[in-house]
Design a protein around this ligand. Sequence first.
Ligand code: KG4
Ligand code: ZN
Length: 492
Amino acid sequence: MTVRLRHFASFDLQPALEIEQASFPEPWSPGMFLGELSRADRIWLVAEGAAGRVIGYGGVMIVGDEAHLMNLAVAAPERRSGVGRALYDELAARAALAGARRITLEVRYDNEAALGFYRAEGLAVEAVRPGYYRGGQDALIMWGELPDVQRRVPPAGSEVVLAIETSCDETAAAVMRGGTEVLSSVVASQVDFHSRFGGVVPEIASRKHIEAIVGVVTEALDRAGLTLGHVDAIAVTHGPGLIGALVVGLAYAKGLAFATGLPLVGVNHLEGHIFANMLVDPDIEPPLVALVVSGGHTSLIHVPEWGVYLTLGETLDDAAGEAFDKVAKVLGLGYPGGPILSRLAAEGDPEAIAFPRAMMRSGDYRFSLSGLKTAVINHIRHEREAGREIHHPDLAASFQAAIVDVQVAKTVRAAEEYGVKTVCLAGGVAANPSLRESLRSALAEREITLTVPEIGLCTDNAAMIAVAGTWRLRRGDLLGLDAEAVADLRLD
Ligand code: KG4
Ligand code: ZN
């Protein structure tokens, strides 16, 4: 029989109570179970049989280096088929992982089956507690050594991670197996609610996240064909981003982690964008240079090894995506501006209007985009005053070229200076076809490889948070339930 062990969640209470009542003369009450499940110093598991039915459960309390087996029961029809052993072994292993060296439990003096079972597990009776049970029967106290487990995480390659992302205006959840296999990725965009304001309204973003999060996470699990019980860890974006938006995803993720006992992993949104490249090529290896260009960031980052980020330069004012959004807003084209302008640009002449290439020769890796934005706005005003019609494709192409030229020049220089053979493009603006192509060919001339996520994974999504989250999980890099969202969380 195939048995699956997973955390004992509050929704397992009913089936567990049925087994409890059928198994013991003095069964635990619902309140006793609930009191146990919410405690951090406990490990509770259920065993699932066919069709996800709960067929057993067990729990231990950890006190220093001792584990106390609180309860363990298996449904009558499933006894003597290894379910109890699987539960006990897993509880013992997890208790050992939590630092326990010995395990103890009590058994009714006449429960021959249990005595035999625990003796076979290496435990021995060391004491008698007279009249321990309500009927006055004695309890036998058994003790045993726990296996010497150093660190036990789900085997790399098969961990199932549920990821949540709510840093800006997309409510997103994804389920991933083994750090590379996207089982589902759901993105509920709020764009329609923000577009009439020409940008993201933080207050609306928070409200929409609250409305969407339950449905989005449920849909991600459904599409993956899994339940929370199959999940090994929860990953969540905890910064940077809009604080009121981040808080929704983080609070929800913390609630899930608390209810299920699953580990919680915090992911930096920008690290997520960079890791989106792993979905194209899981074998990408640092050292590399990453250009992160989104609605909130324009950063050149040197990554000597995974997890180490050295910011070489950032924008001094507007982010690249922000510049696209603002220019589209001035032209009355809608939000977000990037996709709209890049579509128009494909039809225009990039040399039609000479816009400034700010910081092109600054000799460093900093960017400045507000001057370009002002130049575009002045151009539009000038043309309108002169009674001339604005040719949108030419304007879009010239504006885009001014951005792309600087991004490409600085990225190529950084790649050469740091001697890397790989460059990763990341963030919403990485969806821009002109930037992708210009950067690819400029790097190719220097025998440097460019990786770029698929267009749909450039803008905000949770699959990228799942990739980075799996990597952090493998490092044992967990977030406590007291973690807070950090609006300006830094990578370095
Ligand atoms: O990464 P993202 O989804 O959200 C943030 O973390 O900010 O990036 C969104 C930004 C928006 O400013 C949007 O206009 C821009 O990415 N963007 C583009 C394109 N597609 C999205 N910018 C230029 N060209 C595109 N094709
Ligand atoms: Zn983003």
